[in-house]
Structure formats: C-alpha cells, structure tokens
Design a protein around this ligand. Structure first.
Ligand code: FAD
Ligand code: A2P
Length: 273
C-alpha cells in the first residue's frame, strides 16, 4: 500500500517500559485485522479480560485504548482483534503495524467477562457482535470453559459474511488444537449469523433468542435460570437489548463480587460507525 509502515513514523520503536514487539498481522477485511505480540513475562490475566494498548501519539505521549485479549491465558503470545476506524486516533495508525514494530501494552488486565463472575451452570452462551467476539476468542480456547460447562454456544452476528471469518476460522481450528482439541469436541456449538448480506443463517442475536429459533436450530431446551449462563459483548444498544432478552428467560446480571447468571461488557464506547 502507499501508506507508510508504522516503523517509518513517529510511533517507531517505542522507548517505554511497556513496549512489546509485534509478531504477526493478518487483515481480514478493509475494516478488520488481528495481530499477535510478544507476551510480557510478568503478565498474568484471566481469559476474557482486557488491557490498554496503543502507540506513541504525534505529541510523543502514549495513545491508549482498551482491547480484549483474544488469546487464552495459557498462550505464550498475545492476540488482539481490531477494528480500523478510518479517522480513529489509534486505529488509523495501528492498522499499519508490521512484524517487528513495537506497541505499548499496559500489563493491567481487568474485565467482567470471566468465569468467576458466573454461578455454576450447564450451558454457557457467548453472545457477540462485530469485534465483540474478541474476549470469546480467548474463552473458547480456555480449558476452564469446557471443564465448567457441558455445552458452549458461540453466537456471533455481523452485517456481512466476511466479518465473521476471523471467528469462523478460529472455531474451525479448535478441533485440531493439540491443547484443547479434545476438550472442545462435541461441546462447542457455533451459530454465526449475518443481518444484511444473505447467508445460510441470518438474523439478530436478540431476535433468534427471543423467537426461540436458535434453540430449535441447535436442538436445545429454552434458556433458563437453572442451567444457562451467558456472557455478552457488543455495542451499547446490542448489550441493552440482549440483557432484556436474557432477563425475560430469568437470568440476572452478575459481577466478580456477586456471581449470577450473565455478565456484560462493551465492545467499544460510542454509537458505532
Ligand atoms: P475511537 O476514538 O476510540 O473510536 C471512534 C469511534 O469508532 C467510536 O466512538 C465508535 O463509534 C467506533 N468504534 C470504536 N471501536 C469500535 C469497534 N471495536 N467496533 C465498532 N466500532 C468501533 N476494539 C477492538 O477493535 N477490539 C477489541 O478487542 C476492543 N476491546 C475493547 C474493550 C473495551 C472494554 C472497550 C471499552 C473498548 C474496546 N475496543 C476494542 C474499542 C477500542 O478501545 C477503541 O475504541 C478502538 O480501537 C478504536 O480506537 P480509535 O482511537 O481508532 O477510535
Ligand atoms: P443490523 O444489521 O440489523 O443492524 P454494527 O455493524 O452496526 O456495529 O452491527 C453489528 C451487528 O450487530 C449487525 O449484525 C447488527 O444488525 C447487530 N446489531 C446492532 N444493534 C443491535 C441491537 N440493538 N440488537 C441486536 N443486534 C444488533
């Protein structure tokens, strides 16, 4: 491309204690990419948590944003899955990173999408739109997920099929994963849908849950407070609407300090673009 790589810009070789080297980058669409960076030895996190990452801004100060860690806690590298906001202060630059570049990573993981925040259950639902799949990319590769639940359902919805591809390839690769392939076998049900581009399965997560279509399609009983647990990550509007559906099935919002039947996190702040 004509764009200069980050290594030739002001953001080159960050001379900060929190610098981490980019190992690989993959572009999925003109709006989505994923990348892997070296994991600081001292970084401990729970699968599903997020950290602050970024680059040096033009003013020489760190420009940081919240990012879910998309890799599981046992992985030696850290993976991130990112939007490219055309005029976004961080992602207009971050989308040009290349292997060997440094990014800033503040090693203070936090977040609500963690197993500790849910009461024990039988079926765990991961409900995500867009880049909201990132924390579940971590949790789908986390052994604890399959140790704690009999069944895991990954519902991911985007406007178009190409936007589902990162999640699709991740799910397809799980069965061949030497570490968790066997654990996942027969337990993970993947339910991707599009809302604008015609595809095999369509519809908003809210509609497919409220109408009961997803239960019929997957041959599952209706969601209920006794057996079902959920983790939600999408836009503010999506989260709000999904919460209402979950509450209608008797699930209540929990937190680290008070585990219940579901937990929610924003995939980003703002109305979307
Ligand atoms: P910003 O000024 O931060 O955003 C500009 C506008 O772009 C926002 O107002 C919003 O309308 C839109 N926008 C921002 N992020 C997204 C997005 N992810 N999807 C759709 N629209 C968006 N982003 C990721 O790409 N991957 C993640 O794993 C991720 N995890 C997050 C976890 C948390 C807890 C929060 C609060 C945010 C997370 N974000 C994630 C969003 C991220 O922090 C930044 O907003 C994003 O990287 C864009 O940064 P920016 O400086 O380019 O633009
Ligand atoms: P839709 O195409 O019907 O708006 P976006 O690209 O706008 O961030 O949306 C990502 C996905 O989330 C789209 O498939 C979109 O469906 C869906 N979505 C957006 N808002 C909601 C909501 N309030 N409830 C359920 N799904 C939503």
């Amino acid at each position: 491309t004509e764009q200069k790589p980050v290594s030739e810009t002001a953001a080159s070789k960050v001379t900060l204690p929190d610098a981490q080297t980019v190992i690989s980058v993959k572009h999925w669409t003109d709006r989505l990419f994923s990348f892997r960076v070296a994991r600081p030895k001292s970084l401990r996190f729970r699968s599903g948590e997020f950290v602050m990452i970024g680059l040096l801004g033009d003013n020489g100060k760190p420009l940081l944003r919240a990012y879910s860690i998309a890799s599981p806690a046992w992985d030696e590298e850290l993976e991130f899955y990112s939007i490219k906001v055309p005029d976004g202060p961080l992602t207009s630059k971050l989308q040009h990173i290349q292997p060997g570049d440094d990014i800033i990573l503040r090693p203070k993981p936090v977040g609500t999408l963690v197993h500790d925040a849910l009461l024990p259950g039988k079926t765990l639902w991961f409900l995500a739109t867009g880049t909201g799949i990132a924390p579940f990319a971590s949790l789908m590769r986390e052994p604890e997920t399959y140790e704690k639940y009999d069944r895991v359902v990954m519902m991911h919805t985007c406007r178009e099929q190409a936007e589902l591809e990162y999640g699709r390839q991740l799910v397809e690769g799980l069965k061949d994963d030497p570490l968790i392939g066997e654990l996942v076998e027969g337990k993970l049900l993947y339910y991707p849908t599009t809302t604008r581009e015609p595809s095999e399965r369509m519809g908003r997560i809210t509609d497919n849950l409220a109408s009961g279509k997803v239960f019929e399609d997957l041959g599952l009983p209706k969601m209920n407070q006794e057996t079902d647990r959920a983790m939600v990550c999408g836009s503010l509007a999506f989260n709000k609407d999904v919460m209402a559906v979950l509450e209608s099935y008797g699930l209540r919002e929990g937190a680290n300090s008070e585990p219940r039947e579901y937990v929610v996190e924003k995939a980003f702040v703002g109305d979307g673009i």
